[in-house]
Design a protein around this ligand. Structure first.
Ligand SMILES: [Zn+2]
Length: 216
């Protein structure tokens, strides 16, 4: 891999890659907990789960330094670690660990034209944030993931994905699309309904706005 090419590329590609990689650990863990099939039609392995965890830890540890390096067109160990996380660890983690809510919520978000100028990984990142609320994760974890997203410039609100003033009907469309039969969101524990998804998105957006100090 020629990391110099990535160091020269627009930083938004790197950041979007981090958004996609951010989902790896959460989705692999959900699949592990519910014994759901991975991309290869098998069950997750300890190897996959631990690679997914390493992916998450690497993003948190080196994400900001990688972003700074990429902006400066500088190849540094931090940038190389994050490229490894984005491509190798994320790829292996999802192939052997499986995908879940974040990618289905991404698929739901693509139902709205407003999101079409945003990259896959940017939509997946908001999917991760919504999934934290959907599955009732701890405040500590929610804070950790939002802080990471904010530190590298991943979207944490609906407006951040081109969905300023999204209507309840549009949100319903997103949620319905995310929950169609066969979607990986059903790898999450329990019966996942469209209403759970739209409420999780509203909560994630509310938290993102609260942290930014935007009223409403
Ligand atoms: Zn992805």
């Amino acid at each position: 891999m020629d990391t110099a090419v990535i160091a020269e590329a627009p930083t938004r590609f790197l950041v979007a890659g981090m958004g996609d990689a951010l989902a790896t650990w959460f989705e692999a863990r959900s699949c592990g907990a519910t014994q759901s099939e991975n991309a290869c039609g098998g069950l997750g392995t300890l190897t996959g789960l631990n690679l997914a965890r390493l992916c998450y830890d690497t993003l948190l540890e080196y994400g900001v330094a990688a972003l700074v390096s990429c902006k400066a067109n500088a190849v540094t160990p931090a940038l190389e670690h994050v490229i490894e996380a984005n491509i190798l660890l994320s790829g292996l983690g999802f192939e052997s660990g499986g995908i879940a809510a974040a990618h289905s919520i991404h698929n739901g978000l693509t139902a709205l034209p407003g999101t079409h100028n945003y990259y896959h990984g940017e939509k997946v990142a908001l999917g991760v944030l919504a999934s934290l609320f959907m599955s009732g994760k701890s405040k500590a974890l929610i804070d950790e993931v939002y802080s990471f997203c904010e530190s590298v410039g991943l979207p944490t609100t609906l407006a951040g994905l081109g969905l300023t003033g999204v209507s309840p009907d549009e949100l319903k469309k997103v949620a319905a699309r995310a929950c169609i039969e066969g979607e990986s969101i059903h790898h999450e524990g329990g019966d996942i309904t469209p209403q759970m998804v739209s409420h999780a998105l509203l909560a994630a957006d509310g938290e993102g706005r609260r942290r930014k100090g935007i009223a409403g």
